[in-house]
Ligand binder design. Sequence first.
Ligand SMILES: [Zn+2]
Length: 388
Amino acid sequence: MKLLLLLLTLVSWPPTATLQTDSLYDKLLRIRRELHANPELAGNEIHTQAYLVQHLQDLGLEVKTDIYGHGVIGIIRGAKPGRKIAWRAEMDALPNDFPDELPSLVKGVQHGCGHDVHMAIALGIAEVLAKNKASLAGTVYFIFQPEEETFRGAKGMIDQGLFNNIKPDEIYALHVTALPVGEILVKPNEMFAYQKRLRIKVKGALSPEVSSKIYTSLSRAQPNSRPWDIQLVNDPVVGLMTPNTIFKDYLVMDRNFNTYAIKDTLFLEAYLYETNKSNLQKIIPRIKSIVGDQLLSVSFIQENPTVVNDVRLTDNALRTLKNIHIDYGQVPYFNDDFAYFQQKVPGVYFLLGGSTAALNHAPGFKVDEKCMRIGVDSFSSLIMQRLK
Ligand SMILES: [Zn+2]
């Protein structure tokens, strides 16, 4: 998950189906802790790759590693023909050094976003499905994706022919975050707001009045709401779980521009988060009209695609899983390059409750490992349902 900040509070975690034995979870705990102790940064997932290859081969999966970077594909072919389903898990860690009760053996590198947990869950799902191979109609691809934090891995895999090698009909992924353990949250269409980085170039200096007018003219929120306050996403009255959520129909942007000058040209840059795609095209004309003759240029210098869930597959997941809730909002500050896969293959991205304290990327982010059981139970059930 790119970027930071989130905190939700929901309910408890009733397990969906108990397909597995406790011994599988003991094994997944060991796997997760080994991965957690040996984190690797984006582009450097060498040992992580070798570790995954070994585990997938031990489960009897066909394994490919020649797609992009340190990516790994594990393939399960069911006994009968049928749908082709892909499950994505990220591999990379963060350049952090926060205090952690499960210490990293690599100084300055930490699994501070939960990708260690995602890999363990994916291996757990692979083990369940491999055991049930005889009853599966179709194929399952496990895509272990490198370089998510740099937003390069998914696009890199696609550009180097991932979907010439495998042709999934559907693709799924989850992200563990600060929701109550085991709760799953999903919505159709955009999961997050569109994140853009704006750059305005003007001649000379820009008056604080004009700068402030840009901010007030663009920013938008429902009356008396504070969608920039991500701590409220778990709020029972205004959080993501209620149709009255404040996390819809907003534009949140940096209050102050990051400015720098080159000769007599002033550069002003800011991030903004817009929930409604159709509003994005209005932003640049509005800035042009506010700044007027002083303007040299205005453009988005970063505009990654955002996670967009397939409506039909999301609806199916909502009907299939028990501990799942509809998400009524769109979180600012978050994104995931899973969006690139969804541009090619209909897919669904879920949030899984699993952090007991802080948000992803923040000091104190700590995963409650019980969420792995829910993740494996829920999503192996979902995939088996798709391959009936
Ligand atoms: Zn992440």
